[in-house]
Ligand binder design. Structure first.
Ligand SMILES: C[S@@+](CC[C@H](N)C(=O)[O-])C[C@H]1O[C@@H](n2cnc3c(N)ncnc32)[C@H](O)[C@@H]1O
Length: 394
């Protein structure tokens, strides 16, 4: 592809990504993969170059751009080589006109800037859009970190999480035999750290209320060393169905799965009311802490969507509380740095449940924030998380 052809491909993809963000469609990564699947003639260098252009344009625009062309023109203002690719050639973008729409540069949409400013300074906000490292977790059921470390070129231990390894950017983890054999899983170091806060141990009854495809469930299972009862729940059938094969690969014995009915979650859980030693609520959230991986997610968020998420989180934390046995604990996690979804949510819970107590023991990284702890890309080099462990009295 010529530079102009790459620029046009980036514009086409950005148009798709903007439309998907408006309509709640697929994520940028999925759309890029689909785009190239239909264009097998594009070589790996072209794919990398187009992908890089697309992500640079997404990261640069805080507000959803009006068009893909406006998004790329914004980038071209700061990159003379890219501006030259708007050359009007048959497969390239038309020449730049003086009065064209150009996406303004910014970190977050205006409506969100005020909310974030109250909790993160501008430098910290900018790091929400840094490139994220590639972290894996070694599956303690099958290997130690020291055993796996020399088996992956240029891997280094993560700074805090004891089973984490950081790999060079671009490593194709899923193609490694270690992955197929269940010795490793892709998991951000921050995600490993907040899961550890739950304190799952062998022999316990543990419920993962929002298990999704099981990223944290697998880590809980490893901490339980295959002993005890682990129940993974979610309201999304497709996500939950991906857990089985992953658990099998990881050598995890029995994980019960329960599909929940959104709005009536408690109904499928009545038989385990008041029985769990540990309940994990990795709640659906705005994902402000994972913008490094999905920078276009900030174009999807609206005030109404955030309000809906906050209401859902408040309900799920209470559904979870009913499952905890006296003396057990509930760990609430969001991969968001907005107080509405983290510290405020837990403060409201503790007001309604005054006999419950927030644990003060610090995680392996992060700082106290309200009744919980917060990890940030700026301070910890991890995705952004809020986590709080809430103890039910005996
Ligand atoms: C942050 S994601 C979980 C990620 C997962 N724990 C992991 O580590 O990979 C939040 C999950 O909550 C689920 N969810 C949404 N509404 C729910 C509900 N009413 N009850 C249970 N889970 C729900 C979503 O389907 C999504 O999988």
């Amino acid at each position: 592809m010529t530079p102009a052809g790459r620029a046009q491909a980036a514009i086409d993809l950005l148009d798709e990504i903007i439309a998907a963000a408006r309509a709640g469609g697929a994520a940028a990564d999925t759309l890029i993969a689909r785009y190239f699947k239909a264009r097998r003639y594009a070589g790996s260098k072209d794919r990398r170059a187009v992908r890089d252009l697309v992500y640079r344009a997404i990261r640069r625009a805080g507000e959803p751009p009006v068009t893909g062309r406006a998004a790329l023109l914004g980038l071209a203002r700061e990159d003379a080589e890219l501006a030259a690719a708007f050359d009007g050639s048959p497969r390239g973008p038309a020449r730049i006109e003086p009065d064209e729409a150009v996406a303004p540069a910014g970190v977050v949409p205006d409506w969100l800037a005020t909310r974030l400013a109250g909790t993160l300074d501008p430098a910290e906000q900018a790091t929400l859009l840094d490139r994220a490292p590639l972290d894996i977790r070694v599956n303690g059921l099958k290997a130690t970190r020291d055993q796996v470390l020399p088996m992956i070129a240029d891997a280094v231990p993560t700074p805090h999480a004891p089973m984490g390894l950081r790999l060079p950017e671009g490593t194709n983890v899923e193609a490694l035999p270690l992955f197929a054999d269940g010795l490793i899983e892709i998991q951000d170091e921050g995600s490993q750290i907040v899961t550890e806060v739950a304190g799952a141990r062998p022999g316990m009854t543990v419920v993962d209320l929002c298990a999704g495809a099981g990223g944290k469930t697998l880590a809980l299972a490893a901490a339980m060393r295959g002993e005890g009862r682990l129940i993974a729940c979610d309201a999304d059938r497709a996500r939950l169905s991906r857990l089985g094969p992953r658990a099998e690969r990881a050598g995890i014995g029995a994980v019960e799965t329960r599909l929940l009915d959104g709005g009536r979650e408690g109904e499928a859980l009545v038989d385990i009311n008041g029985m769990a030693d540990v309940v994990l609520v990795d709640a659906p959230c705005s994902g402000t802490g994972t913008w490094r991986r999905n920078p276009e997610a900030r174009w999807r968020l609206t005030p109404a969507r955030l309000d809906r998420l906050v209401a859902l989180q408040a309900r799920l934390i209470r559904v979870a509380a009913a499952l905890v046995r006296p003396g057990g604990s509930l760990t609430y996690i969001v991969c968001s740095l907005l107080n509405d979804e983290g510290a405020d949510q837990v403060a409201a819970f503790l007001k309604d449940y005054p006999e419950w107590v927030a644990a003060t023991e610090a995680p392996m990284a992060g700082r106290q924030h309200g009744a919980g702890f917060r990890l940030t890309p700026a301070a910890d080099g991890t995705d952004g998380f809020f986590v709080a462990r809430l103890q039910r009295p005996c």
